[in-house]
Design a protein around this ligand. Structure first.
Ligand code: AVI
Length: 323
């Protein structure tokens, strides 16, 4: 379907961000199979649900990565040159970077995130705890090129991309992101990146099908968000959360499945669902260290060192831009 964003925005008095959301939702629900982009999970309610996910007993990635960063912070800090600018892509909560800050002598910390308000709050909290640290937030979409602050021009640059967010990118998007990060950081750049690893399928399944149902609420929240922000009339109770491991494609897939035949109206358009029909809402790719190394190499990065936990659940990698 051809979606004319300006006309849509004007007719419904939408601001820029909401009209981009409207355009993507209408376009993606007009496809077959239907889909929605995982970037729309993270409104205030979705971000709060994601914070709850990171604390779930079944969701191992966050606590495992934190343990690696805590246990290996000396070695990771040794990889970050003194006086470097640490550029965090998609800076959420600052828990992870704080582990590095206490070990490194940085010239500046540059958190980059699309949510300017959230970024400002995080930056103020960091300045209060690390008064000598120069914190220079940049409000930008990390999947598109952006400018770094002039003040860090002369400093060595180190990218920081924890959380295995790269796993939510399609392989071609992951490739483009790594290439673009290298261009943004420039010659001699370094990067510290967290990547979730392939493992026992049961462990993966449970991590995305928690017993308390928080991941289900996180997934369903995107329909509530469409109702809230786009005046949609989704019968959210008629959908169920489904997460499966797709072994051939090395990814967890999240879907919302319609329990019955129904129609949802969004901005004057009707979307019909058959019983059992899916909206594919997220992929979370799991890598082997070999496959990640090959991806990094193909995008102009050389792997210098990898750190994992003893069960090899999660990995953190030190990359250097190849000349
Ligand atoms: C943010 N991202 C790395 C999470 C993941 O595991 O793919 C998002 C998530 N989806 C369901 N649970 C967590």
């Amino acid at each position: 379907m051809n979606v004319h964003a300006p006309a849509l925005a004007e007719a419904h008095h939408l601001d820029d961000q909401t009209s981009a959301f409207a355009r993507d939702v209408i376009g993606d629900l007009s496809q077959y199979p239907k889909r929605l982009s995982p970037k729309y999970f993270y409104d205030a309610a979705g971000s709060e649900l994601f914070e709850q996910i990171t604390l779930l007993p079944e969701y191992y990635p966050t606590r495992t990565e934190l343990a690696i960063l805590r246990d290996r912070c000396r070695a990771i800090a040794a990889f970050i040159p003194t006086g470097a600018a640490l550029v965090e892509f998609g800076a959420g909560a600052t828990t992870k970077v704080r582990l590095l800050l206490s070990e490194c002598s940085l010239g500046a910390y540059v958190p980059v995130d699309i949510s300017g308000d959230f970024l400002k709050l995080q930056a103020d909290a960091l300045r209060a705890d690390f008064p000598r640290l120069q914190v220079l937030p940049v409000a930008a979409d990390i999947t598109a090129p952006f400018e770094l602050p002039e003040a860090i021009g002369a400093m060595p640059k180190v990218g920081f991309f924890p959380g295995s967010t790269l796993g939510n990118f399609e392989p071609h998007e992951a490739y483009a992101f790594l290439q673009s990060a290298r261009d943004i950081l420039g010659k001699g750049a370094r990067m510290v990146i967290g990547i979730d690893l392939e493992k026992d399928e049961r462990v993966l399944y449970d991590a995305y099908n928690d017993a308390a149902g928080v991941t289900a609420r996180f997934n369903l929240n995107v329909l509530h968000r469409i109702n809230r922000e786009l005046g949609g009339d989704f019968d959210v109770g008629a959908f169920i959360h489904r997460a499966i491991y797709n072994r051939d494609r090395h990814r967890i897939e999240m879907h919302l499945i319609s329990k019955k035949a129904l129609t949802a109206k969004i901005l004057g358009r009707n979307f019909s669902f058959r019983p059992g029909e899916s909206i594919h809402t997220e992929n979370s790719y799991k890598y082997s260290i070999e496959r990640f190394t090959a991806l990094a190499r193909g995008t102009g990065w050389t792997l210098l060192e990898s750190w994992t936990d003893s069960a090899r659940m999660f990995s953190v990698h030190a990359l250097v831009a190849s000349d």
